[in-house]
Ligand binder design. Structure first.
Ligand code: LLP
Length: 424
């Protein structure tokens, strides 16, 4: 079921016309469908039924407090990569014990903050970090529950910038060095090894790389147990893909069936860290056409949403579907165009060489599958305010992050004292 559909020729998020939100909030804005978020969560919740497993939402995909709370209220834990995200998770109501702290470079002060807050699990990615955490935990007089993230060296067959499980990526500890790292962890008095973690990439559209990686990690778990380690948890990471164009990612049921088969008899509690799959298709970015500029090579549709709002097209050559908010007449001819923002960079585009029905100044467009790695990767480049975020639930909607005023943006900055102009 799609939560973004045309009704009477107008694109709606559930029961709310996007044009109505645009009138009240202005453009550009992100819009999330609570129904779509719940449906995505339910797929996971159903998928892990019968398994000894839990789901920690990878907040980096979309850390809007309302989104995180929605998942938390349904039982999600959180996968975080910074102390900032930890505070968001806690503010959204996720208990510290259900938080996993991931990341390749955590500072001692960040590890300290995480231990003080009581996060449930810290995923460690290097021997150096084992030593640092041991020291920090010692200072606090606590024992830290950790997993070690290993790098199973499988090809996730995704974009180079979002593949993480190859040897040449910075993430995790190589499988052939893993036993050494576990041995070190076992010797460090303030660490308690609870398991093994992996995360092989993002926007995966087949289960094969997961299966290959699990087979490798399973073998490692056998060796680690033979070495005397207690391995109770296996954190499988996130990475399941969504539909942007014509991808056919596996259903959660298919994915879980493979995971269940490959981990059968392993005796590990499983953890999943999905981000994109929970939020990606549940969000859209809405912008308004500023003007249309026909050129000799192609037509440019210049909209008020730009690369600072959604950087994925230019950063990853990502393809996002774009639809007019007012439905085009079926017989309407299309024009080939680039949908671009007003930023002074040729990389500022949302779509290139797209065939769209004719658009005119004032028309609204909707960029689909923008709920993941959209707003969170936004910047205020060109002193463009961060796009507001709106949540729709049935026929209700609310702004969950307002657009900052220019005044608010400027108020965060200071002149050095010697540059102050006297007010007199
Ligand atoms: N766990 C770990 C340790 C991760 O590094 C990530 C994502 C996830 C979980 C969640 O992965 P997901 O289920 O969302 O694929 N900005 C890029 C994606 C970067 C993903 C980074 N790590 C994009 O827009 O495609």
């Amino acid at each position: 079921m799609s939560f973004f559909t045309y009704k009477n020729g107008e694109m709606h998020a559930e029961g709310v016309a996007l044009a109505t939100i645009a009138t009240q909030v202005g453009t550009p804005f992100y819009c999330y469908s609570a129904g779509a978020l719940r449906a995505a969560w339910k797929e996971f919740a159903d998928g892990i039924k019968g398994l000894n497993a839990s789901v920690c939402y990878a907040m980096k995909a979309n850390s809007n407090l309302a989104v995180v709370r929605l998942f938390g209220d349904m039982g999600a834990g959180a996968d975080i990569v910074s102390v900032g995200e930890m505070h968001r998770a806690l503010a959204a109501g996720i208990p510290a014990g259900r938080i996993i702290y991931s990341g390749v470079g955590k500072k001692p002060s960040e590890l300290m903050a995480a231990l003080e807050a009581g996060v449930g699990q810290i995923n460690i990615e290097s021997s150096a970090e084992l030593e640092t955490l041991n020291a920090v935990a010692g200072q606090l007089g606590v024992k830290a529950d950790i997993t070690i993230r290993v790098n199973p060296d499988v090809d996730a067959k995704t974009h180079a910038k979002i593949t993480t499980g190859r040897k040449e990526n910075k993430f995790g500890i190589d499988l052939d060095l893993a036993r050494e790292a576990f041995a070190l962890a076992g010797r460090l008095p303030n660490l308690k090894v609870v398991g093994v973690a992996m995360h092989i990439g993002s926007q995966l559209t087949t289960v094969t790389p997961y299966r290959d990686a699990i087979v490798r990690v399973r073998e490692l778990i056998g060796q680690l147990r033979a070495d005397g380690h207690k391995i109770d948890r296996f954190d499988i990471g996130g990475g399941l893909g969504i539909v942007y164009a014509d991808e056919r990612p596996p259903s959660i049921a298919e994915f879980m069936a493979v995971v269940a088969r490959e981990t059968d008899g392993l005796g590990c509690e499983l953890t999943f860290e999905p981000g994109r799959r929970l939020v990606g298709e549940a969000g859209v970015l809405v912008g308004e056409v500023i003007l249309v500029k026909p050129g000799s090579a192609k037509t440019f549709v210049i909209v008020d949403a730009a690369m600072n709002d959604l950087i994925r097209p230019t950063l990853y050559e990502a393809w996002h579907d774009i639809l007019p908010v007012r439905q085009a007449r079926p017989e309407a001819a299309t024009i080939r165009c680039d949908i671009v923002g007003p930023i002074c960079e040729s990389g500022d585009f949302l779509a290139q060489n797209r065939d769209l029905p004719p658009l005119a100044a004032g028309d609204l467009i909707m960029v689909r599958s923008a709920g993941a790695y959209g707003a969170v990767m936004g910047s205020s480049y060109n002193t463009r305010p961060l796009a507001p975020e709106v949540m729709v639930d049935g026929t209700r909607f609310a702004v969950t992050r307002p657009r900052p005023t220019i005044e608010e943006m400027l108020s965060a900055e200071r002149f050095p004292p010697w540059m102050e102009k006297s007010k007199a």
